[in-house]
Design a protein around this ligand. Sequence first.
Ligand code: NAD
Length: 372
Amino acid sequence: MSHRQDADTRPTVLVDHQELHAAVAACFAARGVPAPRAATAATALCYGDLTGLDSHGLANLSRLYLPLFDSARVDPVAEPVTLTDLGACALVDSRRALGLWAAAEAMDSAVARARRHGIGLVSVRNATHLGCAGFHATRAASAGMIGLIASNCGGQRIARPPGGALAMLGTNPLSVAAPALDGHPFVLDMSTTVVPTGRIRAAARHGEPIPEGWLADREGKPVTDPAAFDAGDAYLRWLGGDPETGAHKGFGLGLVVELLSAVLSGAAVGPAAAALDGDGRPHGSDDDIGFVALAIAPGTLRSEADFLAATRALFGTLLACPPLHEDAAVRYPGWWEAERAAERRRTGVPLAAALHAELVGLGVLRSDEGAA
Ligand SMILES: NC(=O)c1ccc[n+]([C@@H]2O[C@H](COP(=O)([O-])OP(=O)(O)OC[C@H]3O[C@@H](n4cnc5c(N)ncnc54)[C@H](O)[C@@H]3O)[C@@H](O)[C@H]2O)c1
């Protein structure tokens, strides 16, 4: 496979994916999350490791989610409440529910609305971290629809506008999914910054330098020491990099996410008055996050069979594009994640040995769950 994570040669421990899922679901249930929602949250979190998007997999359990429970920033028994319901669209107050399941329920609600109205939109405020955006968007693709999900990062400010001296926005993930070739939905799933924070922190944990282009210092010069990020001495850069190579497009996409997910729902935004305070270092917390979940049911506009045939033709033609280099076949977003998930369901999910040890230490996994 021609994907960056496959080049990883660090020692791993293979864990059966069903055992992993059961262990993580039990962990969330032990924190008070009702069993069916704990199971959905576990599926969402394990999706990261199953598909290779491991910056947003189990590495985030002890770093992000358990501290959210410990500090009561997540309410394990929250019941989201619908504030406005117009049929095709709704506004929901998530009441600090665990975003891993709440975003999935928002997308399922958008899909149900799209089934009735052709289009469904659920706008969510007061939410918490949703993990991999693509997990939630793919739920619409599995229903034969086009799904879009976006999340802002509440009041977290770690990226500066191009040419700006102050951090104002988060990594603002965006995902669009649609049916494509069998077993391989199209799933564009990305941060709107060059990389998400999880990739920088992973490099810091492994003591490895990061490529130039991910972080910049106060003067805009490249930073290759990932530890500079959590020290508050570096800022994430937007997709596109420099203004000359398209930074305003990445920044613009970040703002699209801020508008659709947080301004629409009434959640916290990065560029609020507080963004102008402080010494310019990254600051703010990712509380009161906003989501938007949008589902479009193509079968209500044209024959569903025609739509599905057209997507198969489109993505099939892309796959037939001759590669520039023999060992790097052309694939579309979501392809490698589907390949990796199918393989890992068969053979086990490789967890970095240090992460496996951490999960054993936390009591999430037993030491006999997994083989080196
Ligand atoms: N919840 C949050 O606040 C938050 C914030 C940022 C990112 N994230 C999540 O982090 C995860 C990783 O984000 P990322 O930006 O590092 O993603 P990435 O750079 O790994 O991938 C981005 C996209 O490029 C596609 N892609 C990558 N290599 C490809 C190849 N060789 N051929 C075809 N397509 C390819 C992937 O399928 C994906 O759709 C995502 O799941 C994202 O939702 C979450």
